[in-house]
Design a protein around this ligand. Structure first.
Ligand SMILES: [Zn+2]
Length: 479
């Protein structure tokens, strides 16, 4: 089932104020089938994108996002029932593919576009530098957040337009291709192998990914000493967890990812069932500036996996995005704190579990740092320049901590979080969705709703830093 509230009426305006990209209005894409042939050495991509669409406005023309390094050679269409859909002409310029139809397509028609294209995929330019498909020393990766998906396929590149995907990539042996979803078929023919992945749930374009490299897959459970036989001391992983490694990385990965399954167990307890059928981690041969999340997987650089266990917080952070960001997507980029605040707080929760250091300690440390930094960031709408500013992450995490302190009952607080993740699973969220479950939790523990309103406004809608949050019981006894 698709979600209850993917965008039906557009966000006001015709342009995403964060990415600066014009919206593609009038239709939803329900399914993408990407049939791609990839040659690693020349970095050459050729294939077709088949888009199943339905329009909520009558359409004489429509636009899609597609980067300038890819060239369209053919577009075919088909309508269902009596609907006749014919493309009269198309134009590809400035990152947009503009299609004009022979005749206006009546509202609520279902139709399919098949776009044949090829080129040497390159990252697209954005306010955050270049994003999307990137060549590696020996393979490639995709890192699209927030607007790099058009670097490798024609799409409606906005976070609230989620769709299902079939991604089929053929590449030379011995390259391994890792995409989102389940591997439904792997077919070897001669010197090449075709990898067919299918998502079981809807996905935002920026989370769609293709990772190509000479990887070997390991079961992360084998890295977990708690699961070693003959007397395992912990329950098995809730879903399969695997790690794709380049040659020579297994000894270091065994150390770095020893707790990956335990993290999964912890987050499943706190945040509710893991939203996907499996979790994969890909470690690239190259170094990467930062790790990144995609739907159902995370990507780390070789530099993050050196056996010194210094990246534990990032391993926890990326996993938690499967709940916060991927299953619960954003309706608009303004609300990025909902992704990053939760992911950052999830790091603190992991250390609370693994080292018994309460989350209040990192919270206080980062609060002190924030108190010394400029107070010019509005968490509810940081703007594109400050979207990935560390203050969004830390202040966002402090909001979660402030809510936990306000409820001051972990059983009630985490039950509210699980209601939030369950109610909005595989959909998009806005701050009001979190506030609604927290409001009910306040009622449960006898906190006046006005107190929640005060907290909400001071942390989200003011730039000043509110006082450090203390548990309600402590403020009561102190007061
Ligand atoms: Zn993050």
């Amino acid at each position: 089932m698709t979600s209850q509230r993917l965008r039906n009426s557009p966000i006001p305006g015709t342009r995403d104020s964060y990415t600066g990209v014009d919206f593609n209005l009038g239709f939803h894409i329900r399914h993408y089938r990407l049939d791609l042939d990839y040659r690693v050495e020349p970095n050459r991509l050729a294939g077709s994108a088949t888009l199943d669409m339905v329009n909520y406005l009558p359409l004489k023309r429509l636009t899609l996002d597609l980067g300038p390094s890819l060239k369209v050679s053919k577009i075919t269409t088909s309508g269902s029932g009596a609907v006749r859909v014919e493309v009269a002409r198309w134009r590809h310029a400035r990152g947009k593919l503009l299609l004009t139809f022979d005749a206006e397509i009546p509202v609520d028609s279902e139709f399919t576009l098949s776009i044949t294209y090829s080129g040497s995929p390159r990252p697209v330019r954005s306010p955050w530098g270049t994003l999307g498909w990137e060549e590696l020393e020996n393979g490639s990766l995709v890192a699209s957040q927030p607007c790099g998906a058009p670097s490798w396929f024609p799409c409606d590149d906005t976070p609230d337009e989620k769709a299902r995907y079939d991604i089929i990539v053929s590449a030379d042996n011995p390259y391994v291709v890792v995409c989102n979803g389940e591997l439904v078929e792997r077919r070897r023919s001669g010197s090449r192998t075709s990898w067919h992945y299918r998502t079981e749930h809807v996905m935002a374009t920026y989370l769609a990914t293709v990772q190509v490299g000479q990887y070997t897959e390991f079961d992360a459970a084998d890295f977990d000493p708690r699961l070693s036989t003959p007397a395992p001391s912990a329950a098995p992983a809730p879903v399969p967890v695997s790690v794709f490694l380049p040659a020579g990385k297994a000894p270091a990965a065994r150390v770095e990812f020893a707790d990956q399954v335990e993290m999964m167990r912890l987050y499943t307890r706190l945040f509710g069932p893991y939203p996907f059928a499996r979790y994969r981690v890909v470690v690239t041969e190259d170094d990467l500036e930062i790790p990144l999340e995609a739907q159902g997987l995370s990507i780390f650089g070789s530099n993050h996996v050196d056996g010194r266990k210094e990246q534990e917080r990032l391993i926890a952070h990326e996993l938690s995005h499967q709940w916060f960001g991927n299953s619960l997507g954003l309706a608009q980029w303004n609300d990025i704190w909902l992704n990053e605040g939760f992911a950052c707080y999830a790091e603190w929760l992991w250390f609370e579990h693994s080292t018994r250091v309460p989350a209040a300690e990192p919270a206080r440390r980062h609060y002190r740092v924030l108190s010394r930094l400029p107070k010019d960031l509005l968490l509810a709408d940081p703007g594109p320049t400050l979207m990935f500013d560390d203050r969004v992450y830390k202040r966002g995490a402090l909001v979660v901590h402030a809510l936990r302190c306000l409820i001051d009952d972990d059983a009630v607080f985490f039950a509210a979080i699980r209601r939030y993740t369950a109610a909005n699973r595989h959909s998009v969220v806005e701050p009001i969705d979190l506030r609604t479950v927290m409001s009910a939790a306040c009622t449960e523990v006898g906190v006046p709703v006005d107190t929640l309103t005060g907290l909400w406004n001071s942390w989200l809608h003011n730039v000043a830093l509110p006082p450090f949050p203390e548990p309600r019981s402590r403020t009561r006894s102190a007061g």
